[in-house]
Design a binder for this molecule. Structure first.
Ligand code: UDP
Length: 236
């Protein structure tokens, strides 16, 4: 399958059409942004790592009954995926307090929750991805009631599967963001990426940050952290 015209360029990925109207090619870049594009930089090798990690985790989720857009890894940076219409919702699942949760509710980072939380943001850069609830999502016609129920159920399943898998590899899954899409037949599948750009990963023992917070907070060792996650999960 070959790349045809570029359909879209986002902050971390480009999407290309293919000869098949139901398939696209995602190409991962090394560009990094944070705080809704205000902070910009490059994380060398990130595109390769995020492509390979996302695909490993998408495969794991498919084996565990979560449908995804993943089709085939084509190269270090390129992956063939099913074409979807992205549901303009960012779903955030949290197991441990961190980031905007800690800030919004005035609590420290690192509080382990009794049960995971779910929140939705309206995916809209101009508005800064405002936090909404599922009633707002319905009112804004971002998804149907049934779709929202499906998205919630898949998101908690993703958390269960990923949390257990990552723990075996010495990684605590603190929180993460998911995006879903609709296939041509209207069914909901997990789309986008699952990587240190979109998840908080802490070392199980030391709680060292192994994710984009190293970039957001200028902690240094960004490339090494991404490499370490890849080594633990893929073994390279
Ligand atoms: N996240 C993301 N994209 C966003 C916002 C958040 O991938 O636009 C991820 C982020 O990496 C973290 C989780 O979602 O793993 C929760 O992020 P939070 O709401 O704490 O926001 P942040 O502190 O990153 O602004």
């Amino acid at each position: 399958m070959e790349k045809r015209e570029q359909m879209y360029e986002g902050k971390a990925k480009k999407v290309f059409a293919t000869g098949d109207p139901e398939l696209c090619i995602v190409s991962y870049k090394d560009d990094a942004t944070a705080f809704n594009g205000v902070k910009r930089g490059t994380i060398m090798g990130k595109g390769v790592i995020n492509n390979r990690l996302t695909n490993r985790l998408m495969r794991l989720l498919m084996e565990n009954g979560v449908p995804t857009h993943f089709v085939e890894e084509l190269s270090d940076r390129d992956t063939l995926v099913k074409r979807v219409q992205i549901v303009p919702l960012e779903v955030i699942i949290r197991n441990i307090s961190a980031g905007s949760f800690a800030k919004r509710y005035g609590v420290e980072e690192g509080i382990v929750f009794d049960a995971p939380t779910i929140e939705f943001s309206y995916k809209n850069d101009e508005l800064g991805d405002p936090l909404i609830n599922s009633y707002h999502a319905l009112a804004l016609k971002l998804a149907t009631k049934e779709e929202i129920e499906t998205i919630k159920a898949y998101s908690f399943k993703v958390n269960e599967v990923l949390k257990a898998f990552l723990y075996e590899h010495g990684i605590e899954l603190v929180d993460f963001k998911l995006e879903f899409g609709r296939l041509a037949d209207g069914s909901i599948v997990l789309a986008d990426e699952i990587s240190p750009d979109t998840c908080r990963f802490w070392d199980v023992k030391t709680h060292e940050k192994l994710d984009k917070d190293r970039f957001r907070r200028d902690l240094g060792g960004v490339e090494d952290a991404y490499q370490e996650v890849m080594r633990r999960i893929i073994g390279e």
